[in-house]
Structures are given as structure tokens and as C-alpha cells.
Design a binder for this molecule. Structure first.
Ligand code: ADP
Length: 270
């Protein structure tokens, strides 16, 4: 049998910003279609940098990135990729429908077809009744759902998400995490999700890439075997708690190794 084509290959890709900041030591990573991978680590460990390189928003200073075996920057490649940012970044003067339709308008999709796809995307995120609302009429969680709908409206295979729920309260975040897992399964997506929350990574991931700062690097790659679907009960299981512990230890070890003087603050045992 032939080898499956990886959705993402990161081949010794590294990043030194023009001001000399060494944001990321060389990373090697292969992600298969259908994985839910989180990049977990403290602020400044290069999570966003890696995600932007995968998205083709930032060129690596050395190394290469391939999506389905094609270079990220190949002019003819249609990678079927969407990027969801931490801020919902909606146009405040435009309706929810118009915000979600934007990528289709930019791609010149005829209005009739675009409207049908907007409707479908709003249904996927549970906002079918809010198409005519303005962003300011929605809660923060709903605005994030609009942003996800805008990401899904192009029917991507690969969804890249940079701390999308970081600004939300915990209850809303948990709900969106659960709904995102449903979407991931239902749409057969490959997801790469940035977070600094250990519990969020433990809830979502089929695989966690643990990163450390100063300098930014990958320090661990942990496959999560707990089955899906996962609901709130999963958060109370021994497997979940063991995984949280393991991720916590991996992050703590990495931060101690990463700084010459040791950790600046010693956290009391939680
Ligand atoms: P994270 O997403 O894990 O918080 P980032 O990828 O944003 O980390 O940043 C990694 C490192 O690169 C940090 O030290 C950050 O200050 C630095 N950095 C990020 N963007 C730039 C930039 N455009 N120019 C210079 N340094 C940057």
C-alpha cells in the first residue's frame, strides 16, 4: 500500500525575524489528514510563528513547508486552507451574512451560490437565525462563531486556528471547544490549533505538540489515545487528568531547561 500523503510537512523550518529575534529553532513535523493537533506552550514560544509559516503568511528563514506535498508558496496550489485568528476581526458595519460571505466575494463566487454557502456555514455554527444581525449585536462567543463560519465557508480541508477562544470566558470556551470537535469530525477537517491552555489542549487534541520559549522550539510530541466523541464528562475521567498532568510536567521540564537561570517564578503546586 502506498504511504498516505501528509496534510502538512514541516521540514527543518526555522524563523529568525529581521530584528534578529530567534523565534523558532528548526522544526520537523508531519501531520496526517484528519488529525487534531494543538501547539501548546507559553507566550513567546513560537506557536503563532509556526502556524503563520504553515499558512504561508510568513516565509521560514530556513527549511521548507509542504501542504499535501506541495510547497506552501506554490503559485498553482489550492491548499484548501482557512485561518481563524484570536480576534473575530469582523467588519463592524456589515451584517453577519456579509462578513461570512467575504472570502467568496473576494474569490468572485456568484452571489446566488455564495448565499447558499453562507447559509450552510451559519447552520454549521448554529447562527442561522443571526444572518442579518450586526456584529455588535452578538456576544463575544457568537462573534467567534461568525469568524469560524467565515473560515468554513470556503469548505477548507485544513483549518488553522490561533488561540481562537482565548478571550472568552471558560464556559463559553468549553462549549465552543465541544462544538469545534463536532465540526472537525463532521467535515473531515485537519485542524492545527494554538493554545496556551493545558486543559483546552487535553480536551481537543488527538496529538499535542509541546513547545518551549527562549528559544522557541518543539520539546515533545504526544499522541492522545482517548476516543472521540468527547463531552464534558471526559473532563472528569482519569485519562483526562493523567494527560493534563503529563502536559503540565512536559511544560515545566521544558521551561526549566530553557532558561539558564531557572524559572523566574516558582509556582506553588496546584
Ligand atoms: P507565541 O505565539 O507562542 O506567543 P510568537 O510566535 O508570537 O509566540 O513569538 C515568538 C517570538 O518571536 C517571541 O519572542 C516574539 O516576541 C517574537 N516575534 C513575534 N513576531 C515578531 C516579529 N514580527 N518581529 C520580531 N519578533 C517577533
Amino acid at each position: 500500500m502506498s504511504e498516505p500523503v501528509p496534510a502538512i510537512e514541516v521540514l527543518s523550518a526555522e524563523q529568525v525575524y529581521p530584528n534578529g529575534t530567534r523565534a523558532l529553532l528548526p522544526v520537523n513535523l508531519s501531520i496526517q489528514p484528519g488529525e487534531f493537533v494543538t501547539l501548546l506552550g507559553p507566550s513567546g514560544c513560537g506557536k503563532s510563528t509556526l502556524l503563520k509559516m504553515i499558512a504561508g503568511l510568513l516565509e521560514p528563514s530556513d527549511g521548507r513547508l509542504l501542504l499535501s506535498r506541495k510547497p506552501v508558496h506554490a503559485p498553482d496550489a489550492d491548499h484548501g486552507l482557512s485561518f481563524v485568528f484570536q480576534e473575530a476581526t469582523l467588519m463592524p458595519w456589515a451584517t453577519v451574512q456579509a462578513n461570512v460571505r467575504l472570502p467568496l466575494d473576494l474569490a468572485g463566487v456568484p452571489r446566488h451560490e455564495a448565499d447558499a454557502r453562507v447559509k450552510e456555514a451559519l447552520e454549521l455554527v448554529g447562527l442561522e437565525k443571526f444572518g442579518r444581525s450586526l456584529p455588535r449585536e452578538l456576544s463575544g462567543g457568537m462573534q467567534m462563531r461568525v469568524s469560524i463560519a467565515r473560515g468554513l465557508v470556503t469548505r477548507p480541508k485544513l483549518l488553522l486556528m490561533d488561540e481562537p477562544f482565548g478571550a472568552l470566558d471558560e464556559i463559553t470556551r468549553n462549549k465552543l471547544d465541544a462544538d469545534l470537535l463536532d465540526l472537525w469530525k463532521q467535515q473531515g477537517l485537519t485542524v492545527v490549533f494554538v493554545t496556551h491552555s493545558i486543559t483546552e489542549a487535553a480536551f481537543l487534541s488527538s496529538r499535542v505538540i509541546v513547545m518551549a520559549a527562549r528559544p522557541g522550539r518543539v520539546v515533545d510530541d504526544i499522541a492522545v489515545s482517548s476516543p472521540y466523541p468527547r463531552d464534558d464528562l471526559y473532563r472528569t475521567t482519569p485519562e483526562f487528568n493523567a494527560l493534563v498532568r503529563r502536559l503540565h510536567d512536559a511544560l515545566t521540564d521544558a521551561s526549566q531547561l530553557g532558561s539558564a537561570t531557572g524559572p523566574l517564578t516558582t509556582k506553588a503546586a496546584a
